[in-house]
Design a protein around this ligand. Structure first.
Ligand code: XMP
Length: 516
């Protein structure tokens, strides 16, 4: 059984970061909501446990708790923020609301006693920046605990029971605003829990291939390829596992970026020799989208048409027993979270829901355990080209949600050209990898311009570029004005039909990344 660190989630916004930091140390980690922790402990037999932060207050009644078993397993336990408080409360300490010394955001801790948790990182007597976000504080430690560090508002900012290997932090070591936090987490898994750190992508690849073979047996698998990183990695991994039992279907809705369809066909058929059906369905999609302006309706039409086309192509190749999907770990966590995920639909479902039910197929989801950046590492490990692995995310509905208003082939062609110029300039400036996502939007507005001696009345476009770590929040990218000027000049010179360029400086929230 592989060494696993179990993270019990109490609903903090940054729980996923704990898992990522742990995995960066080469140790596998999984997140489980607190109310499902008991079963996860049985299943995973974790070698260490981390209790996450969370919005609740242990000073109220009926607040979330860790299963008491956590403290009886003999494995090291680290409590962070709310995790610290519930740990102390559950072990007999006292937690009180702090009205006068609430600490949110940047704070400093002073180290009072040595601990393996910060061995080689923090010396007693030194002071360090950390990130706090909690209003309650521990006022009496449980028996066996000793103070290792204090902050202005918290007499027990860091406390530990070294004998039982229980550690508690009032701050978040997983966020970048605690500059040494990753080193503390590494100490926790390596020095305290004694885990070696042999969870690598090479090891994952081997294990995933065995798991796919065991699940699929002699069955046939069909895999939808979109040209994006996730489905590409799934396809190559499956091909390595089951070779000719795999057929990929690439539904081309005519709303892809310039050159994308050709690249997909060349890469999978040409380079990887994967059996690939390329279905050019652009007429069908554009026909169904004609005259439709409402964003949700566009998404629904594309989703439903995609399923029809995919289903028909699958039947043509004789059907399959399994459907492969590039589901990632954040989707899995969201679907099992105590609240059941976000309650408001901002935009309708991102992935193609309904396909497995309609096609009566079982799912193969070999990336379920991985974060996006880990999928990229796996892609490189599998020999996918660097430019494909590092590619910006591209939404399933494609350019349709970057053309506000009704969609025509002419508009899609214009947008493809604008987008290609923009991305070319970004690549030439060496900025592509610093940006989460960059793309152009064709606006449903014509504006007056002047070119040479003539008047023009053409489309305006908007350029968008954002930085982000997970797509959930984003900031606009602060291009230099000279760069934006150069891009605008090239677009207007090289794309007849567009005579005005604007730059979108909205962050998310309140904006979303895509315009629709
Ligand atoms: P928003 O626009 O919601 O986008 O801020 C967040 C991230 O999700 C991508 N996105 C989609 N991806 N199907 C997808 O596969 C979709 O329908 C879809 N809508 C948005 C978006 O490009 C960004 O990376």
């Amino acid at each position: 059984m592989q060494d696993t660190v179990l993270i019990i989630d109490f609903g903090s916004q940054v729980t996923q970061l704990i898992a990522r930091r742990i995995r960066e140390t080469g140790v596998y980690s999984e997140i489980v909501p607190y109310n499902k922790a008991e079963a996860a402990i049985e299943r995973l037999r974790p070698r260490a446990i981390i209790l996450s932060g969370g919005p609740a207050s242990v000073t109220e009644s009926d607040t979330p708790r860790a299963p008491q078993k956590v403290f009886e397993l003999g494995v090291p336990v680290l409590g962070i923020c709310y995790g610290q408080q519930t740990m102390c409360a559950q072990l007999g300490g006292i937690v009180e609301p702090s009205t006068t010394h609430r600490e949110f955001g940047r704070a400093f801790v002073e180290i009072k006693a040595p601990s393996p948790l910060f061995e080689g990182v923090w010396e007693p007597g030194s002071r360090h920046q950390v990130w706090m976000s909690h209003g309650d504080r521990v006022t009496h430690l449980p028996e066996g605990f000793q103070v290792c560090g204090i902050s202005e508002g918290a007499p027990f900012a860091i406390a530990a029971d070294e004998k039982r290997r229980f550690y508690s932090l009032m701050f978040h070591p997983e966020v970048v605003h605690t500059p040494d936090g990753a080193k503390l987490l590494a100490n926790f898994v390596h020095k305290i829990a004694g885990l070696s750190g042999d969870w690598t992508m090479a090891a994952f690849r081997k294990k995933a291939i065995e798991a796919i073979r065991a699940q699929v047996g002699g069955g046939r698998v069909i895999c939808g390829l979109s040209g994006g990183v996730d489905s590409s990695v799934v396809a190559v991994l499956l091909h390595e596992a089951i070779g000719p039992q795999l057929t990929c279907v690439f539904v081309d809705h005519g709303l892809l970026r310039a050159g994308e369809a050709e690249q997909v066909v060349e890469l999978f058929r040409g380079r990887f020799n994967i059996s690939l059906v390329h279905s050019d369905a652009s007429e069908l999609f554009l026909g169904k989208l004609a005259g439709i302006s409402d964003p949700e309706q566009k998404r629904k039409i594309i989703g439903a048409t995609f399923i029809d086309v995919f289903d028909a192509e699958a039947k043509k190749v004789g059907g399959a027993d399994f459907l492969a999907q590039g589901t990632l770990y954040p989707d899995v966590i969201e679907s099992i979270s105590p609240s059941g995920g976000p309650s408001v639909t901002i935009k309708s479902h991102h992935n193609v829901g309904g396909l497995p039910e309609r096609m009566h197929m079982k799912l193969v989801e070999p990336l379920r355990e991985l974060f996006k950046d880990e999928v990229r590492v796996l892609g490189r490990e599998l020999g996918l080209p660097a430019d494909m692995v590092g590619r910006h995310p591209f939404p399933g509905p494609g350019l349709a949600i970057r053309i506000p208003g009704d969609i025509t082939r002419e508009k899609a062609d214009l947008l493809r050209k604008v987008d290609a110029v923009y991305l070319d300039e970004i690549r030439q400036a060496g900025l592509y990898d610093q940006i989460w996502q960059a793309f152009a939007v064709l606006l449903p507005v014509r504006t007056v311009g002047v070119m040479g001696d003539g008047r023009t009345y053409d489309y305006a476009c908007a350029l968008r570029a954002v930085t982000s770590t997970d797509g959930m929040t984003a900031d606009y990218y602060p291009f230099e004005h000279s760069f934006l000027g150069r891009v605008a000049t090239r677009i207007i010179n090289e794309v007849p039909g567009v005579n005005r360029v604007t730059y979108d400086i909205t962050s998310k929230p309140p904006g979303t990344i895509e315009w629709e």
